[in-house]
Every structure is written in C-alpha cells, then in structure tokens.
Write a protein that binds this ligand. Sequence first.
Ligand code: DGT
Ligand code: CA
Ligand code: CA
Length: 568
Amino acid sequence: MRIFMVMENREIAKIFDEIADILEVKNEDKFKIKAYRRAAQTIKNLTEDLSNFKSIKELKTLPGIGDALAKKIYEIIRTDKLEYYEKLKHSVPEGILELLAIPGIGPKTVAKLYTECGITDIESLERAAAEHKLQKLYGMGAKSEEKILKGIEQYRRHQERVSLGIAYYKAQEIIKSLEKLDAIESITYAGSLRRMKETIGDIDILVASHTPEKVMDAFQALDGISEVIARGDTKSSVIMDDLQVDLRVVEPGSFGSALQYFTGSKHHNIKLRELAIKKGLKLNEYGVFENDRKIAGEREEDVYRSLGLAFIPPELREDQGEIEAAIDGTLPDLIKHEDIRGDLHIHSTWSDGRNSIQEMVDKARSLGYCYIAICDHSPAVGVVHGVDEVKLLDEMDEIDRINDSLTDFKVLKGIEVDIRSDGKLDLPDKALEPLDIVVAAVHTGLSQSKEEMTARIISAIENPNVDVIAHPTGRIIGKRDPCDLDIEAIVDACIDYETILEINANPRRLDLNDTHARYARNRGAKLAISTDAHDTSQMDLMHFGVATARRGWLLKEDVVNTELVYVN
Ligand code: DGT
Ligand code: CA
Ligand code: CA
C-alpha cells in the first residue's frame, strides 16, 4: 500500500512558483505566469491544509484558483506529484533555475542569458562574465557584468553553512536587541540552531506578538543588515553579517506549534504529521486540530502531548528513532549541562594558553565545577612553549601549591601528549605515569591513510598511561576535514583498554561528532566532554559539547566528567 506523505501547502506553493519561473525564463504568456504566481501566493496565505480539500470543486472556491489550477492542485494532493511540472522542468537545462537565486538576476535576464549566450548554469555565467562576453548583449554593459560577478560571489557565500558557534552568538544578539519591545510576547530561535546542529544554514527567529508589523519594523532596523531578501506581514528574511536570518511572527496562541514546526527537522516534522493523520488529527504550524477544534498550539509540550508523545528534546529531532522512542515511552533521559562537574582538558600559560592555572581555576570555580585537569601541550605540537619532561615537573609543583590552597576543588595534573606520526607518544612513559590524567591527541600528519591513522591512534589507546583521546578526528569545521579514521576500530579499542573518547566542546571542533558519539555510547564506550579551553572565556563553550552529546543520545552515566571527582 502506498503511504501518502501529503505534501504541505508551502511545498505546493513552491511548485507553482517554480512553474512561473520556468515559464518566464521560456518567455511564455504573461497572464499564465501571473496566474501561477497568484496561486502560489494564495496557497502560502491559506491556514487550511490543501490536503483537506475533498474535490476539484472545493478547490475552485479559493481566490484565483480556476479549473486548470484546481485540477493541478488536486493531482498533487492525490498523487504527491504533478506531471505538467515534471515535464516542464525537463524542458530547460537543469542548472538554469539556480541562476535565479543570484541577487540581481530575474527570469528575464536568465531568459536572455540562455537564449543569446547559451548560459545554462552558474559556472557558465561566471565564465562568460569574466571573459566580458555579456557586454555584447543588448542592455548590458561593463557595470552589469561586474554586478553579476558580485552577485555570484554573494550567492556562494550565502550557500555556505556557518559553524554553530557563530550562529548561536548572532542569534543571542538579535534576541537581546528585540526582546525589550513591548510588541513581543515571546521570542526564541528555532531551526537547526535550536537542534544544535554543528553547522547552520540560516538562523530562524520566532516571535509571538499581536502586532507583527511593529516587530517587522524593529527587525528590519537592526544593525548589520546588508540585504533584505523578503519582507512580508509576518515573515522577513535578511542577510546580516553574511548570514541569512529568517524572522517569523505568530499569534501567541500558535507559538508552541510554530516553535515545533520551525525547529524541525523537516524529516522529524514529516513523520510527526503522519502520526497526527493516523490519529485523525491535523498538525501544522498553527496548532493541533481535532475536527477543526484546536487542541494544542500555545505550548510546544502540549503539541507533543496531544499526539500521545512525551516532549522530544530538540537535539533529538532528526528522525533518527526519536518519534518511535517517544511512542514506546523509551526516550533517553539525556545528559544536561548542569550534570557537568569538571573540565578534563584545559590549557594554561605553561603552553599556549592565555591564562594562568590559577585564573583557570578561579573561572572553573565560578562555573561551579569541582575539578579541572590542566593538560598543556607536549613539545612536538610546536607551540611556542610545549611542556617537556623537565618543565612538566615544575608545572606539577605549581599545581601542588594551588591544590594546597584549595578546599572542595582539585586541580588534576595532566598533559595533552602528542601522538607522533609513527604512533609513539611525545613523552616517555615515566613522565606520564605520575600524572592524574593523560590526554593524547594527533595534531600533525593528519593526511595519513586510514590504516596508518587508525593504527597510530590505537597504539595510544593501548598505552596504559593514556586516559583520554582528545578531538579524535582532528577536524576544524569549515577549515579542515576530519582525518580518515576507522571509528569502529577506535571505539572497540577504547572499550578494550578502558580509554575515554573526548567530545571536544569547542564549536569549531565538536569532535567526536554527534553520530560517532552515539555509536560509541551504544557500543559501551565512555566519553568526556571537554572544552580544550585556551583561556577563561573558552571554558564557557561546554554547553556546545553537551548539546553534541545530547544529539548523540548520551546519558549522564556515559560521560565521565559528570562524576563528582574524576581521578584516574
Ligand atoms: P538549516 O537552516 O539548513 O541549517 O536547517 P533548518 O532545519 O533550520 O531548516 P530551515 O531553516 O530551512 O527551516 C526551518 C524549519 O522549518 C525546518 O527545520 C523544518 C521547517 N521546514 C522548513 N521547510 C519545511 C518543509 O518543506 N516541510 C516541513 N515539514 N518542514 C519544513
Ligand atoms: Ca535554519
Ligand atoms: Ca530558515
């Protein structure tokens, strides 16, 4: 039996908009194009799901929807696709619609570029502009060519995803500047940011208000906006410091369901909607409805409850089994930020840190921690002051002195020892033995083969002095790919030798990532969430690591630094 996914209004509207785009590129009848655009707008403004319409006749009652359009909508809601659209799409080169996403390029320009220059995608457009071939076209000059090149550059920049850390602080800033407004009842961020995904495509801000226009005005007046992509009555999209920010304003009575909807993920939402339909309910961004009676909408918890589910934490909403677990009542009791009792990977001025051990201790105490492990770099990493065997003894003396002055807090003596390219550790065993904690990590030779890399890290795991493997894959998000590693073999070795795997909390790293962390805990490995802080402010990054752990379905007991005192 075919399970109907039931396309949503917005997806149907998108099809009609795209049809209008294609027709315009093909220079077809103006009125026909207008009709599709108008239909798309009508559908976007509808509060009722199109899937609830029972007949072509019923669809024809909608403004601007005549017989031909009603038939097309009916075909989509019955079959999940539209024959006409599929054919139309294939009548133009594949890359051509992407050209429309370039700022300053509309369908008419695309039509001209295609018919007169044979330009079919961004690459061919860029080439033609760089070779000054566009200047020959009627109505184009050197200036338009320059504008197109700039537009391409801008488009590419917006295509890139930013790291969680950048989006997180930007969103906090936006919320802070808007939340004082009287017009705003509630404001929060949604989307991939609320799910704490490691990279963010755009920031989604959600506001509850009775006076959306006031919110829109304040939003558009924020500092740092370089471009307004769209402005409607209840939604706007802008570019702010190279990042797209979408704002959506809803009635307070729909805030919970809108938050649920715009938190996503899309796949989570689709499955949730299917569940609602199975239960004879209707779920959308405005609420949960039973025979047109709204049974939930103001609070997100009630949206889940009305579907017979416990609240699903946003970090789990990736359609990775969380809805099934909520149905069975087996959702995990995820680790929380307040479960963290200490930080097991901290640098100081003894290597490349910017604060003294004492300053890092003071910061840790202000965070309510009971311990930190000072793990400065060994010499091979090549930082200005690596800690060698001799210096390490002096550093340990300083830690002893600090510990003597402390009650209810312990500084653990540690090192971040480099795993050299040949798999040997950068310090001899006799230097490592007396330490409380040894964190081992690769920093160089990251392009070795998978076999070499895996063997190299496993040899460190096997060393009885090594307690933790830090940032195992060495990735820097957006800058350096993870090294090629056999994660399964690494996890197995960690279990065999009781070595802990780190989730590096720095949002540039988040290494292990969510998927690997989940795999590791399912196999029975232990993890540590550590900030790898090089100054006091970086100790505040812990919550990014906790979020990654939550995305990996980790419980408190999977994470060693939730214990009161961790001493090897
Ligand atoms: P991003 O921005 O690429 O990092 O990822 P998201 O998840 O923030 O996606 P975005 O900004 O396109 O949309 C925000 C949320 O809105 C998304 O997580 C779920 C919901 N949403 C967007 N498009 C659709 C859709 O076509 N169907 C459904 N069911 N939900 C959608
Ligand atoms: Ca988003
Ligand atoms: Ca968005």
